[in-house]
Design a binder for this molecule. Structure first.
Ligand code: KG4
Ligand code: ZN
Length: 345
């Protein structure tokens, strides 16, 4: 089986991995997250420069851990979208240079679909049809996967904020450090999820048809902001844990309800959850319990394969090689808003 090198540089992680078939051979991730923390968000130019510095050493580290040399690599996969343009450009330029120098095929792939593909390295080959919920700081997408390399249909996405982004914004409202997501999660575990009735967007009967599988979290974030202001205006202490718990419950309930409805409607009994937000405990608990109740197997890879990494890109590259998909031209560009039905370019 062919040895596929995967490069990921869509946001703040430089990920490099080697995959053979569905076996992960080596996987190294360098992150520039600490350089962004003091700005309270990812600074694209800082991220691009960090990729430039990290890329070659990360490739060398992955090769040395695998015991392979560049000559052993049979194909090169790279995330060519969606993501930050400057960051993507660094990875794609490196992948093209390697493909040209080694005379190997190049596959420019969709990094969001990679978030689902990586689960095959952990939990084995997908059954004929799986549902994939990809949730991160930048994405909230529901994908129907008939074949990870050739048959992905986008059922829905967020109309505004991504789930992780909403958590980060609520973290800021609650004056928690950036990124706020994990802090809101921790506080939520100490609070009462039924304390405040926050809205569940796009779940009303009138939205069922048009937005059955779309999400919206910006109204929820505004509702949280108004509620915090109301406490402050009346001189009351903000019940931080209850606010966090009620907010987190609203996010998890909508994500899980819509996803499981999609599974029912499309006759799917395996759900894969990927992306950095799948670390969220409220989502994990509800997906596991509600999934079990409805006979749906819920697969979530370990956290290090949920945040951006090279393994997911190599895994998707390996699936493309396996299905005999035509490689990408060496002239490909990057696509910061690559459509989610495009698996490779
Ligand atoms: O996939 P990821 O590492 O980065 C990208 O967005 O590409 O996802 C990170 C996002 C951030 O918004 C972070 O705050 C959120 O996921 N996050 C969480 C948790 N862990 C990470 N949000 C809620 N609960 C968590 N435990
Ligand atoms: Zn990602």
């Amino acid at each position: 089986m062919e040895l596929v090198l995967g490069l990921e540089s869509t946001c703040d992680e430089t990920g490099v991995a080697l995959v053979r078939g569905r076996e992960l051979v080596a996987d190294v991730v360098a992150s520039s997250m600490e350089e962004h923390a003091r700005f309270g968000g990812i600074v694209p130019e800082v991220a691009s420069r960090a990729h430039l510095e990290a890329l070659v050493p990360t490739v060398q580290e992955a090769l040395s851990r695998s015991g392979h040399s560049l000559d052993d690599v049979d194909a090169i996969a790279v995330a060519s979208g969606p993501g930050l343009v400057g960051s993507l450009t660094v990875g794609v330029a490196a992948a093209k240079a390697l493909a040209l120098a080694l005379d190997r095929p190049l596959y420019g792939v969709n990094h969001v679909i990679g978030h689902a593909a990586v689960d095959e390295l952990v939990h084995g080959q997908f059954p004929d049809r799986v549902m994939a919920l990809v949730v991160s700081g930048g994405h909230t997408s529901l994908l129907l996967v008939d074949d990870i390399a050739t048959g992905v249909t986008e059922l829905g996405h967020t109309l505004d904020d991504a789930a992780g982004e909403a958590f980060d914004k609520v973290g800021r409202l609650l004056k928690l450090p950036y990124p706020g997501g994990p802090h809101v999660d921790r506080l939520a575990r100490e609070g009462d999820p039924t304390a405040i009735a926050f809205p569940r967007a796009l779940t009303a009967p009138k939205d069922r048809e048009r937005h059955a599988y779309n999400f919206s979290f910006s109204g929820l974030k505004t509702a949280v902001a108004r509620r915090i202001e109301a406490y402050e205006d009346s001189g009351l202490a903000v019940p931080v844990a209850d606010v966090a718990a009620s907010f987190a419950a609203a996010v998890a309930e909508v994500l899980v309800a819509k996803t499981l409805d999609a599974c029912d409607r499309h006759d799917v009994d395996t759900l894969v959850i990927g992306g950095g937000f799948s670390a969220n405990s409220q989502l994990r608990e509800l997906a596991a319990s509600a999934g079990a109740q409805r006979g749906i197997e819920v697969r979530i890879p370990p956290l290090k394969y949920c945040t951006d990494n090279g393994a997911m890109i190599a895994a998707l590259g390996s699936a493309l090689v396996d299905r005999g998909v035509t490689p990408s031209a060496l002239t490909i560009g990057v696509d910061s808003s690559m459509p989610l039905e495009t698996v490779s370019v």
